[in-house]
Design a protein. Structure first.
Lengths: 267, 218, 237
């Protein structure tokens, strides 16, 4: 890769630079550029299949870019510099980068072979090298924060979807990430369980300086917590504005029709 | 002791005779197993009193115990007891068939159970006669789906035939043994016997896998 | 029944330890080889996949009897090393069933949802921890029922050690047979078959207990209590 890329700067946490992602012949992201500042809460909205989740999966290195670069905190994510040029990252580089990033999934992805507490302590012990006691203390604090201090010894399968998702949030936070990716975290929940999860997230957003990138269909939530909302369509950001502006006076026709459809559905 | 091509080629005619016997055993044993297994499955399915329970116990007992001992018992005990004297070959065909019928009966059972209940109910709603339900609706759906499993068991049976050398069937392994006994050279005949099994069963298992992909499994 | 009854039973029982040793040894080797080859079948390296595929297809494709004869009669001629029958038996039982077990391991690992792998990546667990701490503990529970069938196949295969005179049950019975009248043959074969049946039931009881423990560990409902007889799945051999 010989083209010059913009140099990282300290007031940018996430930087997408001409990112291309394809699945076979299908181009999901076409030369996507955007950036997120440290501590910002940015929500991605848009029709399904528009590539929102792909952005999160690229940041979590569950997928690798086909073109362009991603930087997190000024460091290349899925590339590394070798001999003056950028080459695809190896597993070691990826593991260093992943340390700063956490993700909460639509389907929770808790480990069924571990009880709740161990779900939260496992990665701090194995990946961060915390002692078991330290990890447990951290886990208990976090589980207390998400309101599940009485469930530490439960099996994930014994919990409701909302409780499982709150464990998953605690599990991600236990890694002390700088960036937290939220991938439709309430889509798999029964309606009455959504509020509990969202209020936990609001509280975390309010009390920490974690940078959030969030994909959701919960428009009210997006409006309440986001610093910025990006409307996404066909692999491109078509509108990028503070929530009040985007939800009340969308500049783009696609945004308007999308919001109409979503809000009609919710009524 | 090194590999001797000349001797290997010399022993081929003798081995070929044994291969033919192995294939005959497999084909006849498999046909018997397909048929008897179907009988077992039908008895269990229809629920003939007493007989059904007996078949169940028989199937589980045969499946859980070694074929070799069943062959011995049939050859040295049962045949004299009922006053018949079958050839080792025929004994082999029958016991391979009986042993593997206990597997094929499970295959048929699973195949029939995989037919959605709605098919039976629809047939009843249309007042289709019972025999026609089986021949016209259930079996045409069940049979293609059980073919891969039957194929797998046939391959297993094929590889198990050499144990019949215990009662003197001259299959490919026994031929190899004879060739080795005459010349005191065992590498070539035994290796060729192994190659023979591989050359038949590997392509056969690929075919079964292809079939599996086409019709699904039960 | 005859006066020989006691002698027959005690002679057959003398073969039981060898049968059990061959079974347990074979099972141990099967587990080790199945895990190694099964994970190797999923390796990123083409070379590793190729060699494990050759092992699996080679041992599944040739007859167990041929493998036994090869190891016991050919190998000594090749390298001048005569193997103890029981050891040869354990080796062949393990190598053969390990090849079948490898496919079980591969299938079980692949059956663990991809989301579990991704969850582990997102927590920055390394490849070894992902497999050892997250994927395998879940896959093992899936392996238990097919391994139950495989181990019973292995138990049945120990009878083949008769051909290399390993002094197990089948051979003990055949040594008795020529000297005994017809009526006593009934005893020989009945006792032999019952011993194998009991051993098969013992294997199933242990495996079912492991299945229940595994299901509890994953927070699933334990599988319903079934009859101890094996009900092998179709195409499982």
């Amino acid at each position: 890769m010989s083209e010059p890329y913009s140099s990282p700067s300290s007031d940018v946490m996430i930087q997408f630079d001409r990112v291309v992602k394809k699945f076979g012949d299908h181009v999901v992201l076409r030369e996507l550029d955007f950036s997120v500042k440290p501590g910002e809460f940015v929500t991605l909205i848009g029709p399904s299949g528009s590539g929102k989740t792909t952005i999160l999966r690229l940041l979590m290195t569950l997928e690798l870019v086909d073109g362009g670069t991603i930087q997190v905190g000024g460091e290349y994510l899925s590339h590394m510099e070798r001999g003056g040029s950028l080459v695809p990252a190896d597993e070691r580089h990826l593991r260093t980068q992943r340390k700063r990033i956490g993700m909460v999934f639509q389907q929770f992805n808790l480990f069924p072979n571990m009880r709740v507490l161990q779900n939260v302590t496992e990665a701090p012990v194995r990946a961060l090298g915390l002692s078991k006691a330290e990890a447990e203390q951290r886990a208990r604090e976090l589980l207390d924060m998400v309101g599940l201090s009485d469930k530490v010894d439960a099996h994930p399968t014994q919990l409701s979807g909302g409780q499982q998702q709150r464990v998953a949030i605690a599990r991600a936070l236990a890694m002390r990430p700088q960036v937290l990716l939220l991938d439709e975290v309430t889509s798999a929940l029964d309606p009455e369980l959504v509020a509990g999860v969202l209020s936990v997230l609001k509280e975390i957003a309010r009390t920490t300086d974690i940078t959030f990138l969030c994909v959701t269909h919960e428009m009210q939530f997006a409006r309440d917590v986001s610093d910025r909302v990006m409307m996404f369509d066909q692999g491109q950001v078509i509108e990028d504005a503070p929530p009040d502006q985007l939800f009340t006076q969308p500049a783009h026709e696609r945004t308007r029709s999308f919001l109409h459809a979503v809000i009609d559905r919710a009524v | 002791m090194d590999w001797d091509w000349e001797y290997a080629i010399d022993s081929l005619p003798l081995l070929a005779e044994g291969m033919l016997v192995t294939i005959e055993l497999t084909v006849l044993g498999a046909l018997f197993a397909y048929l008897l297994g179907l009988v077992f499955a039908m008895i269990r399915r229809v629920g003939v009193p007493v007989l059904s329970q007996f078949v169940y116990l028989f199937v589980e007992f045969i499946r859980s115990t070694p074929l070799l001992i069943q062959v011995f018992a049939f050859y040295y005990l049962l045949q004299p007891a009922i006053g018949v004297k079958l050839s080792p070959f025929l004994t082999g065909v029958i016991m391979l068939g009986v042993h593997y019928a206990t597997y094929t009966s499970e295959v048929y059972r699973a195949g029939i159970e995989a037919i959605p209940k709605g098919q039976w109910e629809a047939a009843r709603a249309l007042s289709i006669p019972r025999s026609r339900v089986w021949t016209g609706i259930i079996l045409p759906q069940a049979v293609p789906r059980v073919l891969p499993a039957l194929g797998n068991y046939t391959i297993s049976m094929f590889k198990e035939t050499p144990l019949l050398l215990a009662i003197g069937v001259v299959d490919v392994l026994n031929s190899a043994k004879e060739a080795g006994a005459e010349t005191f050279r065992v590498i070539e005949p035994y290796t060729l016997a192994g190659v023979f099994f591989l050359l038949v069963s590997y392509p056969a298992s690929i075919l079964v896998r292809k079939l599996e992909r086409r019709v699904g499994t039960v | 029944m005859s006066d020989n009854l006691g002698r027959i039973i005690s002679t057959l029982l003398e073969g039981v330890p060898v049968t059990i040793q061959a079974t347990l040894g074979g099972i141990a080797l099967t587990i080790v080889l199945a895990l190694i080859a099964g994970l190797a079948l999923l390796s990123k390296s083409r070379t590793v996949r190729f060699f494990s595929r050759v092992y699996v297809e080679g041992f599944r494709g040739t007859s167990e009897m041929v493998q036994l004869f090869w190891l016991y009669f050919v190998l000594p001629a090749l390298v001048g090393l005569q193997i103890v029958p029981l050891f040869a038996g354990v080796l062949v039982l393990g190598l053969n069933h390990g090849a079948y077990g490898a496919e079980i391991v591969r299938g079980a690992v692949q059956s663990v949802p991809k989301a579990q792998h991704e969850g582990a990546v997102a927590l920055n667990l390394g490849p070894v921890d992902r497999m050892r701490r997250v994927i395998l503990p879940q896959a093992v529970v899936e392996m238990l029922p097919p391994f139950n069938n495989l181990f019973i196949q292995l138990l049945k295969s120990t009878a083949l050690l008769y051909f290399i005179s390993a002094q197990e049950i089948t051979q003990k019975g055949e040594e008795l047979r020529p000297a005994l009248p017809m009526g006593d043959l009934t005893v020989i074969y009945a006792v032999e078959l019952i011993i194998y049946l009991l051993l098969a039931i013992a294997i199933t009881i242990v495996m079912r207990a492991l299945e229940r423990a595994g299901a509890r560990r994953l927070g699933r409902k334990p599988p319903p209590r079934r009859k101890v007889f094996s009900s092998a799945t179709a195409g499982g051999v």
